[in-house]
Write a protein that binds this ligand. Structure first.
Ligand code: ACO
Length: 331
């Protein structure tokens, strides 16, 4: 039976850097507050007219190059985003067009910060059953065009950045190589602890001028509630990956965690006894890029030589939904 392995990675962030000091000019916040509470120093924002599929295109080109593949080698595209370019169609089909792939299938996955790992599950299983050989899996987000830059939105707005990360998964018969497992979870009863309520297809009309004036189209988060659940679920789902594959914390080569808040990752590491150097963090540069965070972090960790051949790598995430997930792989 085939297994899938990652043979190419790439990421792209738009060139415009927005520091905490830049945000101080727009809302009542401070570099000190943001760094202390979240670990974030800066993030990148797009210019007008650049969408998630544009960022994904740049990341995908780099992933293809690192895999030594051409667009026509891709058999299927899985695109994770909570910020698609348009309400319809999805961003996956735009990416298929932009990269010049054949007329292969392209799906969008809507699972927020866990979107990349949900997408990896879909791609991994499509390869395992033998349906596809090479699958492009992308996470890309444009948050900056949908945030509240008044003081009322500061708790959420300072956290997020724009960016994209991509991997190429390919079929392999090698033993002890590639994706070993994926574990996905959801707890929809907490859907409104982190959500964007409007526009809503259950409302007639879907949005009104009054709701726009009141900022009802901006994301809302119960930060402390989300924080507590994130720590608990990340620990659980990393342990689930280890136990399923017969490993312990000592076997870990590198954890690539979601980048929502440095303090979440530090707490997870402390609770599990994972040493700091085995918990990869780059949130200080990019903020939370949601579905893009894990492929961006994986690419950077590889570029920095922090993952070696044969290492056990655990990827784990928690986000809106609530959803949480992990994937274990041997690099
Ligand atoms: N600048 C300055 N002050 C701020 C800011 C800001 N940007 N934001 C909030 N504050 C204030 C609050 O108003 C509050 O003031 P008060 O005490 O006078 O009422 C004070 O700071 C403390 O606020 P808390 O919400 O208690 O701060 P906390 O330490 O919880 O940090 C944060 C907030 C960073 C949002 C944290 O709760 C968090 O990271 N939560 C989890 C985020 C997460 O994991 N999200 C999931 C992934 S995202 C996705 O799936 C799309």
């Amino acid at each position: 039976m085939y297994r899938s392995k990652i043979v190419g990675t790439g990421f792209y962030v738009p060139p415009r850097v927005v520091t905490n000091h830049d945000l101080e000019k727009l809302m009542d916040t401070s570099d000190e507050w943001i760094q202390q509470r979240t670990g974030i120093k800066e993030r990148h924002y797009v210019e007008d007219g650049v969408g998630a599929a544009d960022l994904a295109y740049e990341a995908s080109k780099r992933a293809l190059q690192s895999a030594g593949m051409k667009p026509e080698d891709i058999d299927f595209i899985v695109f994770a985003t909570l910020s698609p370019d348009y309400a319809l169609p999805g961003s996956g089909v735009l990416l298929q067009h932009y990269i010049g792939a054949r007329n292969v299938g392209a799906i969008d996955i809507r699972d927020q910060c866990t979107g990349f790992l949900y997408s990896l599950m879909v791609a991994d299983n499509a390869i395992r059953v033998g349906q596809y050989k090479n699958v492009l899996v992308v996470g890309a987000e444009v948050h900056s065009t949908g945030l509240d830059f008044s003081t009322g939105g500061r708790d959420v707005t300072v956290l997020f950045g724009d960016g994209a990360g991509a991997v190429i998964l390919t079929a392999t018969e090698e033993k002890n190589k590639g994706i070993l497992s994926t574990h996905l979870h959801a707890e929809g009863k907490y859907f409104d602890k982190l959500w964007t309520e409007w526009p809503s297809s259950k409302r007639i009309p879907r949005i009104t001028h009054k709701i726009l004036d009141n900022g009802g189209h901006y994301p809302y988060m119960d930060g402390q509630f989300v924080f507590k659940h994130a720590v608990k679920r990340m620990v659980e789902v990393i342990n689930e990956a280890l136990e399923f594959n017969g490993y312990t914390v000592e076997d870990i080569g590198m954890v690539i965690p979601h980048q929502a808040n440095l303090r979440i990752n530090q707490m997870v590491a402390r609770k599990m006894g994972i040493p700091d150097e085995k918990m990869y963090n780059n949130i200080h540069k990019y903020g939370n890029t949601t579905a893009a965070t894990i492929p961006i972090a994986l690419t950077e960790a590889l570029q920095e030589g922090k993952i070696k051949d044969g290492d056990l790598v655990i990827m784990a995430s928690f986000g809106a939904g609530f959803t949480w997930a992990s994937a274990a792989m041997i690099w």
